[in-house]
Write a protein that binds this ligand. Structure first.
Ligand SMILES: C[S@@+](CC[C@H](N)C(=O)[O-])C[C@H]1O[C@@H](n2cnc3c(N)ncnc32)[C@H](O)[C@@H]1O
Length: 207
């Protein structure tokens, strides 16, 4: 096992952690992750470093340098590290340092299971933090359900779809806070989505 591990922690509740994720985390001297991710391991006696959108580059660099110094470091990644997660930035930062990736259950997978969508037959798209691009509109016309991690909010994406001529009666679903006690799953039409309020952790499906 390398000194640096990117550990997928799944959608958020303990039930969806893998045994491998728990084993790796329990054997790490340093844990790096969001407040929510670190809370999952509050009983693990390691140094904890909080990662947020405001300090992402700085903290990931720190994690790499600690691993280069010989410390065992786990970077906790929501869902799977390889989908809109820490794998991409770490590949740029790691240089010659070898690291391991422990897969986790992605929010895309768990959304597909909640809505019973065979995800080998779906379009899968993350816009998270990247802005909304017109490729979304192209995808929506190929007859497959599209599973989307929104750029910012559901409202922003819905307004974009309206402004780009998508039928207001198009069937959609939103899975919010999946695996948490306040999980919410809504199946409705595009136009009715604007009557709902959603937080940050949502997956949108356009049928
Ligand atoms: C930085 S991306 C991380 C994606 C992650 N690597 C994955 O595989 O799911 C964060 C976004 O993932 C989605 N997400 C993560 N956990 C979620 C959950 N429990 N319920 C709903 N959406 C979730 C939300 O769209 C959130 O804004």
């Amino acid at each position: 096992m390398s000194k640096l591990c990117l550990v997928g922690i799944g959608p958020g509740s303990k039930e969806y952690l893998t045994f491998e994720a728990v084993t790796v985390v329990e054997n790490s001297e340093i844990l790096v992750g969001s407040k929510r991710a670190l809370k999952l391991f509050s009983d693990v006696d390691s140094e904890k470093i909080e990662l947020g959108a405001h300090n992402m580059g700085e903290v990931l660099s720190l994690a790499v340098s600690k691993a280069c110094e010989g410390k065992s470091v786990s970077i906790l990644s929501t869902g799977d590290p390889g989908f809109s997660g820490v794998l991409k930035p770490i590949k740029k930062l790691a240089g010659n340092l070898k690291f391991d990736v422990i897969p986790g259950i992605s929010s895309v997978q768990i959304c597909a299971s909640k809505l019973q969508i065979p995800w080998d037959e779906a379009n899968i798209l993350t816009m998270h933090g990247k802005g909304i691009s017109d490729s979304l509109i192209t995808l929506l016309s190929n007859g497959k359900p599209t599973i989307i991690l929104p750029n910012k909010t559901i409202e922003e994406t819905v307004n974009y779809l309206f402004n780009h001529g998508i039928d207001p009666d198009r069937k959609v679903a939103v899975c919010e806070n999946i695996s948490y006690e306040d999980e919410k799953i809504i199946k409705t039409s595009l136009k009715k989505l604007l009557n709902e309020e959603f937080g940050y952790m949502c997956v949108l499906v356009v049928y």
